[in-house]
Design a binder for this molecule. Structure first.
Ligand code: AHG
Ligand code: MN
Ligand code: MN
Length: 338
C-alpha cells in the first residue's frame, strides 16, 4: 500500500477546506520540522549531557529541565521565521512572544507547551509537545501591534490543534476540524506517515487517569467523581483500570485509543486559592479540540473547556477529558452537588 505523508495529507485537506491556505500548510510544515529536531534530542536524552534541571524556575514556579528549554528555543527560533505568525505564547515564557521586526508576519498565532511531562524526561517515559493554532481576528486590536487581547481567544476559535508524542515512536496527532489523524515518524526517511486516520474514542471507556494522591485536597463532589470510576456502579459494571503516567499528552493519547477519562480536578493544596494545575491555553484547549473532534468531550466540571474565554495567558483550569459518556457522568455529579 502506498504511504501517505503528512505533507500530502495537509495538501489534500487544504484543497478540501476553504479556510485553509498555503500559509497554514507552511506553518504546519515548519512546526513539524521543529518537532523532528526536538524528537532527535529527546531520543538522545540519555546520551547527551542534556538531562537534569537547569536550576532555574519558570513562570509557573516549576523547575525547568534542560530539554524543556531546548524545545522552547527550537520552537521559537524556527517559528518566528515562518512569515505567517504574528505572535506566539509558550508555557515557558511569561509574556507574549512577538515576531521580531526583521521577519515577515502573518495572521496566525501559535501557542505551545514545548515539552509536556518534563518530570518524566530523566526516566525515559513519554513526553510531548502540545500546540494550538489561532488566527488573529481582522481589526481585533485596532492596532498594528498584536496585543494580549488578540491572543486570549476561547478554544472554540482554534484553527487547528495537536501534539507530538515522543515515545517508543514519535507521533503527530492533529486536527484542523476535519477529524483527528495520527501520523508516525519513520526515522529511516524522516517523514511522518499517516498511520491512524480518523481516530475516534471507543464507545465505552475502560480507563480513568488521575493523580489520586490529592484525595485529601479534593472536595466531596470530586471524590464522588473518582469513586464513580473506581467502583462497580458505572456503565462498565466494574471498576475502570487506573492508568496515570504523569505526562498529560501520553495519558490523553492512551485514553483516546482505549477509551476513558483523564482528570486533573481543582484541589485545595493552597487552601486560599483552590485551582487546577493544567493550563487552559497550551494544554487543556488544544486537547479539548482533539477530544471533541474524536467524538469525546472536555469540561472543567461544569463548563465546556472550548467555551472558556481566557482572562490571562497562563490561566489554569480543572480538566476532565475523554469519552463523551464518562465526561457526561462527571458533569452530572457536579450538577447534583451545585
Ligand atoms: P509540564 O511538564 O509541561 O509542566 O506538565 C506537567 C503536567 C502534565 O503533563 C501532567 O499531567 C501533570 O503535570 C502531572 O501533575 P502531577 O504530578 O500533579 O500529577
Ligand atoms: Mn504540560
Ligand atoms: Mn511543559
Amino acid at each position: 500500500m502506498r504511504q501517505v505523508t503528512v505533507t500530502e495529507h495537509l495538501l489534500l485537506h487544504q484543497t478540501k477546506s476553504p479556510a485553509a491556505t498555503g500559509q497554514f500548510t507552511a506553518l504546519l510544515y515548519d512546526l513539524i520540522l521543529a518537532a523532528k529536531i526536538i524528537s532527535k534530542s529527546v531520543n538522545k536524552a540519555g546520551l547527551l549531557d542534556v538531562l537534569g534541571g537547569t536550576g532555574q524556575v519558570n513562570v509557573q514556579g516549576e523547575h525547568v529541565q534542560k530539554l524543556d528549554e531546548y524545545a522552547n528555543r527550537v520552537l521559537i527560533h524556527r517559528m518566528e521565521r515562518t512569515g505567517v505568525l504574528c505572535a506566539m505564547a509558550s508555557e515557558e515564557n511569561a509574556d507574549l512572544i512577538r515576531v521580531p521586526e526583521r521577519f515577515e508576519t502573518g495572521d496566525y498565532i501559535l501557542i505551545f507547551d514545548p515539552l509536556d511531562g518534563s518530570s518524566n524526561i530523566d526516566v525515559n517515559i513519554n513526553v510531548g509537545t502540545i500546540f494550538s493554532i489561532l488566527k488573529r481576528k481582522p481589526g481585533a486590536s485596532g492596532s498594528k501591534d498584536v496585543t494580549l487581547g488578540d491572543v486570549l481567544q476561547s478554544g472554540v476559535e482554534q484553527v487547528a490543534a495537536g501534539y507530538f508524542l515522543y515515545g517508543p515512536s514519535t507521533m503527530l496527532v492533529y486536527s484542523s476540524g476535519q477529524g483527528v489523524h495520527g501520523f508516525t515518524l519513520d526515522p529511516s526517511v524522516g517523514e511522518f506517515l499517516l498511520s491512524h486516520p480518523d481516530i475516534r474514542y471507543p464507545e465505552q471507556g475502560r480507563i480513568y487517569s488521575v493523580n489520586e494522591s490529592y484525595w485529601h485536597y479534593w472536595d466531596e463532589p470530586t471524590r464522588e467523581v473518582v469513586n464513580y470510576f473506581k467502583g462497580p456502579d458505572n456503565p462498565l459494571g466494574k471498576p475502570y483500570s487506573l492508568r496515570y503516567v504523569g505526562s498529560l499528552v501520553a495519558d490523553f493519547h492512551r485514553n483516546l485509543f482505549y477509551g476513558g477519562i483523564f482528570m486533573y480536578p481543582m484541589d485545595y493544596r493552597l487552601p486560599e486559592k483552590p485551582q487546577g494545575k493544567l493550563r487552559l491555553m497550551c494544554e487543556a484547549s488544544p486537547l479539548a479540540f482533539l477530544a471533541e473532534q474524536a467524538g469525546g468531550r472536555a469540561t472543567d466540571g461544569t463548563k465546556r473547556i472550548l467555551d472558556i474565554v481566557p482572562g490571562e495567558l497562563h490561566q489554569r483550569v480543572p480538566l476532565f477529558i475523554g469519552s463523551a459518556g464518562d465526561v457526561d457522568a462527571v458533569e452530572a455529579i457536579y450538577r447534583r452537588h451545585s
